[in-house]
Design a protein around this ligand. Structure first.
Ligand code: ZN
Length: 224
């Protein structure tokens, strides 16, 4: 159960998803930065346009209201308006280009944000599945622990102590069946002399494998 809990496929799936999401997150941050830079550039373009437009309106008003009597001054105003209009047109072209770039960058940012949300959704799903599996293993664990406590209560304490010690030093297997004259713990065959001793031993005597030291459990298949 410990092995199963540590090796759930969800652990590997999560690690992979989180790596992919981290890589995509860098792209998203870059796209967000591009969008905010372009928004700033658009605001700047508007700020640059404002005084030029105001000046053109002011000049036009002075021409229209007839307040400028001097022909040369009037010609100067008309010329300045033409100059201002070229300037406005250039600034508006630049702003339009920024707006177009902003539109593309926003679309890219939205795509990346949607991808990020999709990763988050998949991660949430896998986390839920992992937690479910872990909880199921832990429920089985508690049931087995209770079962073991019930069995251990009926056994002599020194035998339990020996078994626990063997189990912790022998890969989790403290007792093994003696089957066809072979210890199923270490898979080695028991020699003839030991077999004779085992066969003569009382039923309640605790036998130990001479090779690996594990407790040997006799059955009708032991070959004794
Ligand atoms: Zn053995």
């Amino acid at each position: 159960m410990r092995h199963r809990r540590a090796n759930l496929p969800e652990h590997a799936q999560l690690a992979k998803l989180e790596d992919e999401r981290a890589a995509a997150a860098a792209d998203l941050v870059a796209a967000e930065t591009r969008v905010s830079d372009l928004e700033l550039a658009q605001r700047q373009a508007e700020t640059d346009l404002e005084p030029v437009r105001q000046r053109r309106v002011r000049n036009q008003r002075r021409i229209d209201d007839g307040s400028v009597g001097d022909a040369k001054a009037l010609a100067g105003l008309v010329e300045e308006i033409q100059h201002l209009e070229r300037r406005i047109s250039d600034l508006e072209d630049a702003e339009l280009e920024v707006m177009e770039q902003l539109e593309n960058a926003s679309a890219e940012r939205d795509d990346l944000a949607a991808r990020d949300a999709e990763f988050q959704g998949r991660i949430t799903e896998v986390v839920a599945r992992r937690d479910e599996q872990v909880a199921a293993i832990e429920r089985q664990w508690r049931a087995k622990a209770e079962e073991r406590a019930g069995i251990a209560a009926d056994l002599p304490a020194p035998l339990i102590a020996t078994y626990d010690k063997l189990r912790s030093s022998h890969g989790g297997v403290g007792a093994a069946e003696l089957r066809n004259r072979r210890c199923t713990g270490c898979q080695l065959e028991v020699n003839a002399a030991d077999l004779r001793t085992f066969a003569a031993a009382p039923e309640d005597e605790v036998l130990r494998c001479e090779e690996c030291g594990r407790i040997l459990v006799r059955t009708i298949n032991s070959g004794l």
